[in-house]
Design a protein around this ligand. Sequence first.
Ligand SMILES: C[S@@+](CC[C@H](N)C(=O)[O-])C[C@H]1O[C@@H](n2cnc3c(N)ncnc32)[C@H](O)[C@@H]1O
Length: 249
Amino acid sequence: MTRIRFSGCVLSLDDEAPRYAEASISRVSGARYDGVADWYDREFATGELAAAPRETAVRLLGEGAGKLLDVGCGTGAHTAAFGEHGWDVVGVDISEDQLRLARERGVEVVQADVAALPFDDASFDAVISMWTHTDVDDFSALLREAARVLRADGPFVYVGAHPCFVGPHSGFISAEGVPELHPGYYWRTERHTEAPGISPQGLRAKVGATHLPLGHFLQAFPDAGFRLERFEELKNREYPYTVALRCRR
Ligand SMILES: C[S@@+](CC[C@H](N)C(=O)[O-])C[C@H]1O[C@@H](n2cnc3c(N)ncnc32)[C@H](O)[C@@H]1O
């Protein structure tokens, strides 16, 4: 068996051309969702909270016309849905536990760090990422890698937490009502597991949260080489919990 080492990832090749699903990772760091994947999938990826963001992502992506990469795909619930809209989907995530559920959904997955994607330049027709800027250590690196693997003029869709109202600075439990903002946290970009906006029983107490102020978040897209095409705040709540955007490179 031949082994090809990519940065952060080892692909095992038999006689056939490599399939993404055969990728394995040599050293996993930051797989914070290992051990909470089933709970995450039930509460967040397939629950009521997931429906409107997923519909928005599907609308911004459009019907499939080629290969789609889902960066930080988690349990693959959204990834599988994109497949139902005609896309030939591949998911990438660092957590083996999350990827276990994605595989059970029939999604083709690769275990890798979003900061070093094991794919060729311009090898995807579209790229999507959902709910990742609050989880990855380096969102700018994720965006640079998304831009690199996307073909010229292909769409990159991002859906995630609204930086103004969701984060360590904001009590917005279950995205209900009016968020309660707290001083001393909005400009801090380090990972938090305890803060006024983090419920001790919630996801962020388990896996932590990174926070980007709105300006840092938005500026990261043009800095990675994208041009913004659409930017939306989901209106399904009293205050917006979710932002969604489409850009191209
Ligand atoms: C909030 S979950 C979102 C999962 C999925 N996109 C969804 O919407 O259900 C964040 C995901 O990012 C993944 N992640 C965090 N850091 C990562 C990294 N450096 N490389 C790859 N995946 C990472 C986690 O394992 C987790 O599955």
